[in-house]
Design a protein around this ligand. Structure first.
Ligand SMILES: [Zn+2]
Length: 323
């Protein structure tokens, strides 16, 4: 029943975009953030002049909404309803950011850089209307039936809630994990495809080309770290020697999350923690030319785990006590 209601609520969002002559367009539609996320997953936006696309709330970045990619920047920005066109005009989106905000941190800066890279790629086409298509019907238009069905497709193929969003981790780490699992981090393979500067080899092992799958699942440095983590927790089930070949990082992540352990939720926090620590080490090596040894990275994971447990990661704590 809830899914039927949700599929009808998506129709509001569809009409909000499609039918500007309707009286209620522009007023608040009765949809929550989950509806809007689902709507973003069901639609594809082709940017024209940027007038209809919302800079923060439309999923114009390869199916993602900037507010999900850069939640910290979103939270300290003014005028969250600007169109893409207005936001890009004279770089207004940058001026909207309150950089003097007391919470401004390294995370804000990282998200800012990510967003800036994305914005650099946009070329507005004056006189051409932004278009939206529904991914799940042949004619590209919304239908209640396909919206209903899409919710099942979504729950079967994208288990982000159970892997990430409903699991204990700092918010910035969840956002990072969500980008990583969909292969949306700017790893060398993706930069290369766009012809952008990139590290020639993986900054950890300096042997293979860097991809998300390599960096987090296959790199010999990463597997050494996971082996140390498995020994530390006395959990042979998570040792890399038990891993099977994965096709994508999402595949690898799902397999690790389903590993036989005493706390699946704790395990999922641990995956985010280890992966996040590896990503930060990778960035330190690229951007700061600072390198930590495998032992130091492992110590960092243990320290961070302690901090997370003190901050409330009780399943991670259970994983450590019981395994
Ligand atoms: Zn490597």
């Amino acid at each position: 029943m809830l899914r039927i209601l949700a599929s009808f609520r998506l129709r509001w969002l569809w009409h909000e975009w499609k039918a500007e002559d309707k009286l209620w367009v522009g007023s608040e539609v009765p949809c929550n953030n989950t509806d809007r996320k689902l709507f973003a997953a069901c639609t594809r936006i082709v940017v024209g002049d940027g007038a209809k696309t919302s800079f923060w709330n439309s999923a114009w970045v390869q199916g993602q909404r900037p507010k999900d990619m850069a939640p910290s920047i979103f939270s300290i920005s003014k005028r969250k309803n600007r169109s893409l066109r207005d936001a890009l005009h004279n770089r207004t989106w940058i001026r909207d950011i309150n950089i003097n905000h007391s919470s401004f941190s390294v995370q804000h800066f990282r998200e800012y850089v990510l967003l800036w890279q994305v914005v650099q790629q946009v070329a507005l086409r004056p006189g051409v209307q932004d278009e939206i298509t529904w991914k799940f019907t042949a004619d590209g238009n919304y239908s209640a039936k396909s919206a209903y069905a899409a919710q099942f497709i979504g729950s079967a193929s994208t288990n982000f809630d159970s892997l990430i969003w409903k699991i204990w981790a700092p918010r910035s780490c969840k956002t990072f994990s969500w980008l990583a699992i969909q292969n949306r981090l700017w790893t060398a393979d993706r930069l290369q495809k766009r012809g952008w500067p990139n590290p020639a080899t993986c900054p950890l092992c300096r042997r293979s080309q860097e991809s998300a799958l390599h960096l987090f699942a296959e790199c010999r440095v990463t597997t050494r770290i996971w082996a140390m983590v498995a020994d530390w927790l006395s959990a042979p089930a998570i040792h890399p020697r038990t891993w099977q070949q994965a096709d994508t990082l999402h595949h690898w992540w799902s397999m690790r999350a389903g590993a036989n352990s005493c706390s699946k939720r704790g395990m999922r926090t641990l995956i985010m923690l280890v992966t996040w620590t590896i990503w930060r080490e990778r960035n330190m090596r690229i951007f700061n030319s600072k390198e930590s040894s495998v032992n130091m990275i492992f110590e960092r994971i243990k320290d961070e785990a302690t901090v997370w447990i003190m901050a409330g990661a009780k399943h991670l704590s259970a994983l450590m006590v019981r395994c």
